[in-house]
Design a binder for this molecule. Sequence first.
Ligand code: FAD
Length: 260
Amino acid sequence: MDRLEETTISRTIISTFHDKLLDRIVNDVLIVGAGPSGMMAAIRLARDGFKVTVLEKRLSPGGGLWGGGMAMSQAVIQDEALPLLDEIGVAHESASGGLHTTDAVELAAGLCLKTVQSGAALFNLMMVEDVCVQRERVTGVVVNRPLIGETLPVDPIMFSANAVVDGTGHDAAVVQALRRRGLLADVFTDRSREGPMDAAAGEAFVVENVAEAFPGLWVSGMSVCATFGGPRMGPIFGGMLLSGKRVAELVAAAVKEMRK
Ligand SMILES: Cc1cc2nc3c(=O)[nH]c(=O)nc-3n(C[C@H](O)[C@H](O)[C@H](O)COP(=O)(O)OP(=O)(O)OC[C@H]3O[C@@H](n4cnc5c(N)ncnc54)[C@H](O)[C@@H]3O)c2cc1C
């Protein structure tokens, strides 16, 4: 075996990462936020042949999944979302009341693995701080490294896509970027606050209200509540997976239409 050269290790990291990054500047779909809804959407879209890149600002993708409820790392899922657990390939057990449980760490890790294995690229430590808009349509996002972008005068870089999904949870970070620029109609601003906890209503809301909030920008998961004013639902995750599945269906149809 060759002697391990420190410089070769460094060159390998730099060249393979930059090859991957260069390949992902132009995309069919950009998904901002690697929570359960964003990764479920990425899995479905990449599996269907779209070029999908997921941008996550934290070191660990998985969003709010890891901690389950109050740091008890069990994820609770309702009947309707059970086929998605099988699709991701994680073990689950039945509980009472039409509920099922899975290890939250297994689900978070399973979503990460399935996202990458489906052909999507998943970049961590990439923070979306603004949007690109051309002819009144979102055409991409503006990205910097967390901490660097927040504390130092360092310019960001841009990624483009035919469709962008805001899967950033409570932050609704991409929607907020449009609001800051005065580009969203007042109706969104008026309904921008999440409601108090109502698990059944909140779970239904995040699926039924998945929508294109601005031309080229879709919202999924908790961002749907943050954008349109639905109730929060606490530590149940089936609605997030179903919301990701729903946004994938809408985005796939829209991107196919754009290609005609
Ligand atoms: C750390 C954390 C703790 C939570 N705790 C609770 C709780 O106690 N009770 C409750 O009801 N709900 C909580 N939530 C939300 C709850 O987990 C959600 O219901 C569920 O996880 C939402 O799923 P999601 O896919 O919509 O987004 P999330 O799971 O929230 O994931 C969103 C992802 O987007 C990333 N992100 C955000 N902004 C940007 C950006 N600008 N650029 C790139 N990536 C970005 C985040 O880092 C995160 O990984 C929490 C969420 C998080 C992230």
